[in-house]
Write a protein that binds this ligand. Structure first.
Ligand SMILES: Nc1ncnc2c1ncn2[C@@H]1O[C@H](COP(=O)(O)OP(=O)(O)OP(=O)(O)O)[C@@H](O)[C@H]1O
Length: 472
């Protein structure tokens, strides 16, 4: 009998036994030949062979006979070599081999175990592979406009009531708090109900486990493991795009859990609709739930996060002092990625404690020169001059030129101040672009605006409006 016939026969079996049974029991069978009225199959485990022969043999024999192939008996053999492995597509396997994840130990073949009882051990292993970070809790998560919806949705899921939206999909750019929120949900759920089986792992680990199960012929354990959790969290799901077998397995896992009304939480670096090479059926499943995004941080959120991280750092360095304006400067100047912001602060504290100094502007600029350069906004001196002149309704040449009238001098100082805040130009460089003025003039202008901002509400508002307009 030809492979193609078995292919057609499988299609008919799918209709008779249903998708779930088919995926679990029929799909992993590898038909090899018919010999003297016996149909031979390679199977991943003995357990599986026994199960199929007890539960589906009559059906399979019936289908063989209908297809004109006289078969009286089925024989199952546990495949002894790699070639007999069921249908993982090479691309996934290759990806695992090349993937950077740890794994000398994990890749080593383990003793084959057929019974799902081994799943308990695997569950422990998997949980160990993705431990929850004790710092990522709701308490340490700072809420602002860009993340308030995602936070509210995460809170709701963490209450653990009836599953109302499934899955919850959190998406957003790098370092905006997706993983933090997922861990926070897991901690909260475990806190409320320590018995709950919460499984958190990255999509990469999911794929890795899947391919490992195929290699070691432990698909039963794999399926059992992923179908027995109460809450499944898969981080960075965009990773499985283009990995066909993994997507398929993910899809089945997903459906099985949703059918049992188990909560699923997914994160991705972009909206499901925008993930390329994601199968339509996976995409539409993701879109069925509540999809919320974490927007890039804004100035206020960055400042809030910095203040909260400073409070944490102070526990390690209780003697350190931070000068006024440093956090505001960092919140202005460092990009939207919270991880970068955090790293900068950690470095700043470590450095200040080493040299035993207060964290002031000078120390900040020295210590973080590279970070500041890398996250430099592409705002130019010219842009600032243009925006400021438009705002005050004067000509750009009046800002740059020599006139000392108050109606030009004040906008000029505002522009200098913004250049200092929003670009990495030095004082002499700024001076040069303001009609060749000396750096002391620029310094004076910057200081004057700093003072005025604290006593003159109008100036403070002007500066803030301009900053927003320039950063928009
Ligand atoms: N709103 C916030 N409040 C406090 N800390 C935050 C907030 N957002 C992010 N962080 C911190 O920023 C760092 C990066 O966050 P996280 O790892 O959750 O980002 P992510 O969105 O999962 O990024 P990636 O796409 O790289 O996986 C973490 O240390 C996290 O604690």
């Amino acid at each position: 009998m030809m492979e193609e016939n078995w292919g057609r026969l499988r299609q008919r079996l799918l209709k008779t036994v249903g998708q779930n049974n088919f995926t679990t029991w029929i799909e992993p069978l590898e038909f090899t030949r018919v010999d003297d009225g016996v149909a031979f199959f390679n199977v991943p485990t003995n357990f599986m062979g026994n199960y199929v022969s007890q539960n589906f043999a009559d059906l399979i024999l019936h289908e063989f006979n209908l297809s004109g192939e006289p078969v009286q008996r089925l024989a199952f053999k546990v495949a002894a070599n790699e070639a007999a492995r069921p249908a993982a597509r090479r691309s996934d396997v290759a990806d695992v081999v090349e993937s950077p994840i740890d794994a000398a130990d994990d890749m080593a073949p383990r003793a084959r175990s057929a019974a799902p009882s081994a799943a308990a051990k695997d569950l422990a292993d998997t949980l160990q592979a993705a431990p929850l970070d004790p710092r990522f809790t709701f308490d340490s998560f700072v809420v602002g406009k860009p993340n308030e919806l995602a936070h509210a949705a995460a809170r709701r899921v963490a209450e653990g009531g009836p599953v109302t939206f499934n899955p919850l999909v959190l998406y957003g750019g790098v370092g905006l708090g997706k993983t933090h929120l997922m861990h926070a949900i897991a901690w909260e759920l475990k806190d409320r109900n320590p018995e709950l089986n919460v499984l958190y792992l990255s999509a990469e680990q999911f794929m890795y486990r899947f391919v490992q199960a195929l290699r070691e012929r432990k698909m039963m354990d794999f399926k059992h493991l992923f179908r027995s959790v109460d809450v499944l969290m898969v981080d960075d799901v965009q990773f499985i795009a283009g990995k066909d077998s993994t997507q398929e397995e993910f899809f089945h896992t997903f459906n099985a859990l949703v059918d049992q009304n188990k909560q699923i939480i997914i994160s991705a670096d972009r909206a499901p609709g925008e993930i390329k090479d994601l199968e339509d059926r996976v995409r539409s499943r993701l879109q069925c739930g509540l999809v919320v995004d974490l927007h890039p941080t804004d100035y206020e959120l960055r400042l809030g996060i910095l203040q909260s991280k400073v409070a944490q750092q102070m526990q390690t360095y209780p003697d350190l002092r931070i000068a006024d304006g440093v956090l505001e400067f960092l919140a202005h100047r460092i990009s939207t990625n919270v991880r970068v912001l955090e790293g900068a602060l950690t470095r700043l504290f470590a450095f200040a404690s080493l040299v035993g100094r207060e964290i002031d502007m000078e120390l900040t600029q020295d210590c973080l020169a590279d970070v500041l350069r890398a996250s430099e906004r592409k705002i130019t001196v010219e842009e600032i001059q243009r925006k400021v002149s438009e705002y005050y309704n004067i000509r750009m040449s009046d800002i740059i030129g020599p006139k000392r009238l108050r109606s030009y001098a004040r906008p000029r100082q505002v522009a200098m101040y913004l250049c200092k805040q929003l670009t990495s130009r030095s004082l002499p460089e700024i001076g040069r672009r303001f009609g060749g003025r000396d750096h002391t003039t620029v310094m004076h202008g910057v200081r004057r605006i700093e003072e005025l901002k604290t006593i003159d509400g109008q100036i403070a508002e002007d500066v803030e409006m301009l900053r927003r307009a320039l950063e928009a």
